[in-house]
Design a protein around this ligand. Structure first.
Ligand SMILES: [Zn+2]
Length: 263
C-alpha cells in the first residue's frame, strides 16, 4: 500500500492547529467530559508511557481507551512470536482492566507496521468508535520504525476520521481537542516536554497495570523498564514542582499561546 500523501498530512496539520490550541487554553476542562485514547505501536508502549495519565483521568471520571497497533510479539527470544503474542494479548487485557480502559488491537505484526492507507483507515474507524477528546501516541522520531509509522498513521487517521467523505463502520467524528506525544525512551530524539500532568496519586495504579507485562517486570529485555519509567515520573515531577508527573510533547505548530495581555 502507498504511504499517505503529504497533502493529507498538511491538511491534518492545519486541522490540528485548530484542534489543539483551544485544548491547551482550556486546561481545566470539566472532569468526566474527556475521553483519552492512547495509541501504541506495541502492546505495552501505551501503558508504560501513558498508563499513569490514563489512571489519573479514569479517577477523574473520564473514559480511557488503548489501541495497540501490534502485540509486540517479536521481542522474546525464548518464545515463538505466536506464543508470545498470545501472552502479550493476555497481559494487555489485564493491564487495560487494571486501568479501567477499553482496549482495541490492530491486526499488524511486530516490525511490520507501515504507514499505509489501510492502517490509517483502520485507526480512523477506531477513533470514530471511541470518540476521543484527547489522543496520545508516539513522537515522530524513534529508534523503532514501528513507532515512527504509528505517528504517521495516527495523524493520517485523525484527518480521515473527521471527513464525511471517508466511509467506514462508524460516522465521521470531529471532537478531538488535543493530540499529544508520549515520553517514550525509544522516541527521545527531538522530544521536548511541553505539557506536564501531575500523576503523584496514580503511580500505584500505573505500576499495577504495567507489571502485568513480563517484559516490564524484567527477564526478557535488558532494558530496565520499571526503573526507567518510575525515575522518569520523578524527574518530570521535579521539573513540574510535583512529586511525579507525565510529560507530553505537542506538534511544533501547536506551541502558540494567545492572550489579550501578558498572563
Ligand atoms: Zn514499542
Amino acid at each position: 500500500m502507498p504511504a499517505m500523501p503529504t497533502t493529507a498530512r498538511r491538511i491534518r496539520r492545519v486541522l490540528a492547529v485548530l484542534a489543539v490550541l483551544p485544548a491547551l487554553a482550556a486546561a481545566h476542562a470539566a472532569a468526566g467530559d474527556r475521553v483519552v485514547l492512547a495509541i501504541g505501536a506495541h502492546a505495552g508502549d501505551a501503558e508504560v508511557t501513558t498508563g499513569a495519565l490514563l489512571a489519573r483521568h479514569k479517577r477523574l471520571g473520564d473514559r480511557v481507551a488503548i489501541l495497540h497497533l501490534t502485540l509486540g510479539e517479536g521481542g522474546n527470544p525464548k518464545m515463538s512470536p505466536a506464543a508470545y503474542g498470545e501472552q502479550k494479548k493476555r497481559e494487555a487485557l489485564v493491564a487495560a482492566k487494571v486501568l479501567g480502559a477499553d482496549v482495541f488491537f490492530g491486526p499488524w505484526k511486530d516490525g511490520e507496521l507501515r504507514d499505509t492507507e489501510e492502517a490509517a483507515r483502520f485507526v480512523a474507524d477506531v477513533i470514530r468508535q471511541v470518540k476521543p477528546t484527547h489522543v496520545v501516541t508516539h513522537w515522530k522520531t524513534s529508534l523503532h520504525p514501528d513507532h515512527e509509522a504509528a505517528f504517521r498513521i495516527v495523524n493520517a487517521a485523525l484527518l480521515l476520521a473527521s471527513l464525511e467523505s471517508f466511509v467506514s463502520a462508524h460516522p465521521w467524528y470531529r471532537g478531538v481537542r488535543g493530540v499529544y506525544y508520549a515520553d517514550n525512551w525509544e522516541d527521545a530524539e527531538g522530544f521536548t516536554p511541553y505539557v506536564y500532568v501531575d500523576v503523584t496519586e496514580d503511580l500505584a495504579a500505573w505500576k499495577a497495570a504495567v507489571t502485568s507485562y513480563e517484559f516490564i517486570r524484567g527477564g526478557i529485555s535488558s532494558f530496565p523498564y520499571l526503573d526507567y519509567y518510575e525515575a522518569l515520573a520523578r524527574v518530570r515531577g521535579a521539573v513540574a514542582g510535583k512529586r511525579s508527573a507525565v510529560a507530553l510533547e505537542v506538534d511544533p505548530f501547536a506551541k502558540k499561546r494567545v492572550f489579550d495581555a501578558l498572563p
